[in-house]
Design a protein around this ligand. Structure first.
Ligand code: SF4
Length: 192
């Protein structure tokens, strides 16, 4: 592992340490099994942010490992990206009960405690958000509709944000798979 990568990995591990038993928002006391901080390349140019851990993710402590995660992996492979080269996390790090959408308070609390600092450490060129809750949480704009904003290029300071559909939505609407892959390819093209 090169120096930059191992330094950033150490910074991420230091960041997580005070939060192993986090109860800063209601999701900390609603039956989560694991806090899913995120995984991948700590020096990634491309970072993915989803909504929150699902059942499998909660059980195993890793993001995007269920059916939606497998679809994301296949979509990345389709455009020549390996999952190990990107960083994947969520707006909230604890599973919302019954996979409900995180509340604005939960999203903003977790974003401010962890996500913003993860972004500062990883310092990606491009962030691809997956689904409505992810872009709403990241921008703090609760009325955004993913259908209106997906595929656009939004600048947050130096970082480009490209919102797209959540892979779980694609599982229910397979005809949109091409759109997801096109958005991923667009986000990747902005990394160089
Ligand atoms: S979702 Fe985030 S802020 Fe809320 S308890 Fe879990 S780690 Fe803490």
């Amino acid at each position: 592992m090169d120096l930059e990568k191992s330094f950033k990995l150490e910074l991420l591990n230091q960041l997580y340490k005070p939060y192993y038993n986090c109860e800063a928002c209601p999701l900390g006391t609603l039956g989560r099994k694991h806090i899913v901080f995120g995984e991948g390349n700590p020096d990634a140019k491309l970072m993915f942010i989803g909504e929150g851990p699902g059942k499998e993710e909660d059980l195993q402590g890793k993001p995007f490992i269920g059916r939606a995660g497998q679809l994301l992996n296949r979509s990345l492979e389709a455009i020549g990206i390996q999952r190990k080269d990107v960083f994947i996390t969520n707006i909230v790090k604890c599973r919302p009960p019954s996979n409900r959408t995180p509340t604005p308070t939960e999203s903003q609390t977790c974003k401010n405690l962890l996500l913003i600092k993860q972004i500062q450490i990883i310092c990606p060129k491009v962030i691809c958000t997956l689904g409505s809750a992810a872009i709403r949480g990241l921008l703090g704009r609760e009325t955004l509709k993913i259908s209106q904003i997906r595929g656009e290029k939004i600048l947050i300071e130096e970082i480009i944000v490209v919102p797209t559909y959540h892979p779980a939505y694609i599982l229910r609407n397979p005809k949109e798979l091409k759109t997801l892959i096109a958005d991923l390819a667009f986000a990747y093209s902005l990394c160089s």
